[in-house]
Design a protein around this ligand. Structure first.
Ligand SMILES: Cc1cc2nc3c(=O)[nH]c(=O)nc-3n(C[C@H](O)[C@H](O)[C@H](O)COP(=O)(O)O)c2cc1C
Length: 303
């Protein structure tokens, strides 16, 4: 793959405001991912909601997708798109519905406000109700995924608008469900890209000194929790075979790889299984935007 054709992104969850977009405008990403945004404003969890174990290159987060909600997003999206375009970048928005109908509505609103592409987040493991109850994860409920996609099609089809779907990780015992989910996406006729993968849910990570990486209360209430979404190197073991399988099963779908990419060598492993692009979450959080130029320079030497 020529390097100009590779999509290079920040992972969803790290850029939400025009200021965040401006940071990435002056980086080596080709696409800036804003969100995830939900229909309603969300407060995040409170306390220590992120942590990195550098020895294991493992990252945990339990932010719970804090964001200002769809109306505030749409109000500033035009400005964020302008910023991105002036710097020669595409602007991608990640949306996560509170209800099945929200995904399509939000995608249409984002396209109308000028977004270049919209990704439906089918799996935030930290998404918790005010009552502390985990919201269903569409990646793990193919029927729910079909409902969301069917509703989205009614909103997007008349203008031939397409979306991406961000999927959760699956281990080797659940590949049937992965293939069912991928089929649902392809059959919907509105999905042209997979992003694989989101974080591994409900994991405890310890720091190098043995303490918990996460110490937080859900939406500021209840007991102190230590579990969250795990990414970085431990995710790569699941994400790499998934990217490979998605490209084998559906060679015409674009696949953007996410999971433990800290170096050009990591990115290259995904490109070797035919990923069309890649993104960095943990690496961007820990090392900042210079990670993107380091990786692209490394790739330019070998591609
Ligand atoms: C701090 C943080 C916040 C995240 N928030 C979101 C989010 O809002 N939406 C989403 O789809 N994924 C979110 N993710 C998951 C990332 O987009 C990505 O899938 C995951 O971190 C794997 O990549 P990594 O190993 O490079 O971290 C978040 C990850 C991190 C580290």
């Amino acid at each position: 793959v020529p390097i100009e054709k590779i999509s290079i992104r920040n992972a969803a969850g790290i850029a939400k405001t025009p200021e965040d977009v401006l940071q990435l405008c002056n980086s080596a990403v080709t696409d800036i991912v804003v969100g995830s945004y939900t229909w309603l404003e969300r407060r995040g969890n409170s306390g220590q909601t992120t942590g990195f174990n550098e020895r294991e290159m493992a990252y945990a987060n339990a932010l719970n997708m804090p964001n200002m909600g769809k109306d505030a997003l749409i109000q500033r999206l035009g400005c964020m798109v302008q910023l991105a375009h002036r710097h020669g970048k595409r602007l991608v928005v990640s949306v996560a519905g509170d209800e099945p109908v929200d995904y399509g509505e939000m995608a249409l609103a984002c396209y109308t406000a000028g977004a270049d592409f919209v990704e439906l987040n089918f799996g935030c493991p930290n998404k918790v109700d005010a009552g502390g109850v985990h919201k269903p994860i569409p990646s793990y409920e193919p029927e729910l995924a079909r409902t969301i996609l069917g509703l989205a099609r009614t909103r997007l089809n008349y203008a031939s608008l397409k979306v991406g779907v961000k999927i959760s990780p699956f281990d080797e015992n659940n590949l049937r469900m992965l293939s069912d989910l991928a089929d649902a996406c392809v059959e919907s006729g509105i999905v042209e890209e997979f992003t694989a993968c989101n974080t591994i849910g409900n994991q405890e990570l310890l720091l190098e000194d043995g303490s918990y990486a996460l110490n937080y209360r859900v939406l500021g209430e209840g007991p102190v929790m230590h579990t969250g979404g795990l990414s970085g190197k431990p995710l790569k073991a699941q994400a790499l075979p998934i990217v490979n399988l998605l490209k084998l099963w559906h060679p015409h779908m674009r696949v953007i790889a996410l999971g433990g990419i800290f170096s050009s060598e990591d990115a290259l492993e995904y490109l070797e299984v035919r990923a069309d692009g890649f993104g960095c979450g943990a690496a961007y959080m820990v090392y900042g935007k210079k990670i993107f130029s380091e990786i692209t320079q490394g790739l330019a030497e070998v591609l």
